[in-house]
Design a protein around this ligand. Structure first.
Ligand SMILES: [Zn+2]
Length: 156
């Protein structure tokens, strides 16, 4: 169950952001989760409930999940389409010269405290799984296997 590893990484990201901003309590964490990230929201919520209660900073806080739809771009007709519905073949022109532009995100977007909100800039745009959806994604010929995309996580 790699969701638990992801939760520990999210908590570390939140700890870092809170240390930088002198925040002692967190009421909710908003996570952007790509449609093809390979992470199951239900498992992630279960893992969050278990792991967050062991850490005073985030104990009792809510994990809000914001799903990012998967979108693929076609190099031949320059159009985009829904990845899940059509896979690697462009529904507009039939080309397979396509690549994923978004949908693999596992990223902390926002942290709420009982008194104030941290914007995404404060969180330092850290990608939890180390995959930049636009930067590195654009260099790939095809989407990575979603499970492999989460494997670079290093759990200390
Ligand atoms: Zn096309």
């Amino acid at each position: 169950m790699h969701e638990l590893g992801i939760v520990f990484h999210i908590i570390r990201t939140v700890e870092d952001a809170c240390r930088d901003n002198a925040i002692l309590r967190v009421s909710s964490v908003t996570l952007q989760l790509g449609e093809v990230s390979g992470v199951v929201p239900h498992y992630l919520e279960d893992a969050w409930r278990w792991a967050s209660n062991k850490n005073p900073l985030v104990a009792g806080s809510e994990l809000k999940i914001e799903e990012i739809p998967a979108v693929t771009y076609c190099e031949d007709c320059k159009k985009t389409y829904e990845t899940v519905a059509h896979g690697k073949t462009c529904p507009h022109c039939g080309s397979s010269r396509t690549y994923l532009v978004q949908g693999q995100e596992v990223m902390v977007k926002e942290i709420e405290t009982p008194d104030e909100q941290l914007s995404r800039d404060d969180v330092d745009k850290e990608y939890v799984d180390g995959v930049s959806p636009l930067g590195q994604g654009a260099m790939r010929e095809a989407p990575l296997d979603p499970v492999d995309a989460a494997n670079p996580l290093i759990i200390e």
